[in-house]
Design a protein around this ligand. Structure first.
Ligand code: PMP
Length: 443
């Protein structure tokens, strides 16, 4: 039989040097079911990466498999560009029924190429077309994709340094990262200072910012280190953009479909953006992405955003089934409850391990920022990030059968993104392994 190592070695030899996930998570998958992955040698892992937050229902959920089988059985086209089928109609229906009140009757949908990045590109193009402007307001530490355009509006990623000629007129504003607040204070006061600063910048003719085509952010920065923006700050950004006629685009690629405890994360703040982007979980495990936007923004001519692989039938069928399941089983509420349990359990562990500098998140999007408490703390009272220790913890978790991702702008945030179906008992197993792994990584 083939071993993990044989497959890993072969792929390491032939794949590009940009390859990253398989290096940090060195296994070859034989099968996957629910929250578990089994490798070639029969070892079982709990998957708290879940396709970077894609697998809301875990691996191979029966309702998803059944929906895909129906497409195959009914001889529906496997590829049709975005031509009309009843599968597509059901998907749009199910999605529109999930929209909050303020959006339901005003929403338009654009199917995009299968990735989140493609839908972000579409949203930016739409805002530029609708406003006739070109500058984009984005945030430090944000992540929106790996294409030229999306990389341009993403934060300080090291891959950016090697790519010249990114999209100009992109302005990075301070995100309310409480633990390392750019204004020296976290909490209410810190985020007030952040929004006051942003407002002042937009109104100052000397700021060098041309009238913006859009403001874009994640309500919880994901790849940037699981940083939830305070609810009050989100409301402030809506007010500031609305008063100035700047379209607000919310990137719900990672936060959408129940992940943060609401169907869409902007619902926590009771705001309605002008546009938002969905991918990852919306395809029920398969590649799919869309932009949902207010009809007033629909300035596009026919053909303004095209692409071959948009609205794949199997992905739409899987997405409909998955969305239905999330709603019928109130996985949004479950996510909020499980997230609160995970957050509290990690805070309990923090009592014994000051290396867990900050525990934060919303719903089942939780992060633990790993720090070095033996070093001098900064003026905000936070300790320096400790990426080497975060990697060791990740490795010790892996050796004990738990897959977690490490991210964040300093590479020091251990990120928990389990499938939303995870039970309290399974979460307790995650927590036990995590505690043991920290202990082991300090020995
Ligand atoms: N936006 C956010 C918030 C993301 O987390 C990601 C992917 N991690 C993207 C956009 C890009 O999506 P994709 O990788 O499918 O292009």
């Amino acid at each position: 039989t083939t071993t993990n190592k044989q497959l890993l070695d072969q792929q390491e030899k032939r794949e590009s040097n940009a390859r990253s996930y398989p290096r940090r998570i060195p296994l070859a998958i034989k099968e996957a079911m629910g929250i578990h992955i089994t490798d070639m040698e029969g070892r079982k892992y709990i998957d708290c990466l879940a396709g970077a937050g894609t697998l809301a229902l875990g691996h191979n959920h029966p309702v998803v498999i059944q929906a895909i089988e129906e497409v195959l059985h009914d001889r529906l086209p496997l590829h049709t560009l975005d031509l009309t089928t009843h599968v597509k109609e059901s998907f749009v229906d199910e999605l529109f029924q999930s929209l909050p009140g303020g959006f339901k009757d005003r929403a338009k949908i654009q199917f995009c190429g299968p990735t989140g990045g493609d839908a972000i590109e579409a949203a930016l193009k739409l805002a530029k077309t609708a406003t006739g402007r070109q500058s984009i307001l984005t945030f430090q530490g944000g992540y929106h994709g790996s294409t030229h355009g999306t990389m341009s509006i993403s934060g300080n990623l090291s891959p950016k340094k090697s790519v010249q000629g990114l999209v100009p007129d992109t302005h990075f504003l301070p995100y309310p990262y409480d633990y390392r607040c750019p204004f020296g204070k976290g909490g209410e006061e810190g985020h007030q200072l952040s929004s006051t600063y942003i407002e002042q910048l937009l109104d100052d003719p000397e700021s060098g910012i041309l009238p913006p085509a859009a403001m874009i952010f994640e309500t919880v920065q994901g790849e940037g280190g699981t940083i939830p923006a305070p609810i009050g700050w989100l409301k402030e950004m809506r007010r500031i953009t609305e008063e100035r006629g700047i379209p607000l685009i919310i990137d719900e690629v990672q936060t959408g479909i129940g992940r943060t405890g609401k169907m869409f994360s902007f619902e926590h703040a009771d705001i309605i953006p002008d546009a938002f982007v969905l991918s990852k979980a919306i395809g029920g495990s398969l590649p799919l992405s869309v932009v949902i936007y207010d009809q007033d923004l629909d300035a596009w001519e026919p053909g303004a955003h095209i692409g071959t692989f948009r609205g794949n039938q199997m992905a739409m069928a899987a997405g409909t089934a998955s969305l239905k399941y999330v709603k019928e089983n109130r996985l949004d509420v479950h996510s909020e409850k499980m997230g609160a349990h995970l957050l509290q359990s990690l805070k309990d562990i923090q009592q014994d391990f000051p290396q867990l500098g900050d525990i934060r998140g919303r719903g089942l999007m939780i992060g633990a920022e790993i720090v070095d408490p033996s070093k001098q703390s900064t003026r905000q009272g936070s300790f320096p990030a400790y990426p080497e220790l975060a990697s060791r913890i990740q490795k010790e978790c892996f050796n004990r059968g738990l897959i977690l991702e490490v991210g964040g702008r300093h590479g020091a945030v251990v990120r928990f993104l389990p499938p939303l179906i995870i039970t309290e008992e399974q979460l307790n197993e995650v927590i036990t392994i995590f505690r043991e792994a920290i202990q082991a990584s300090l020995e």
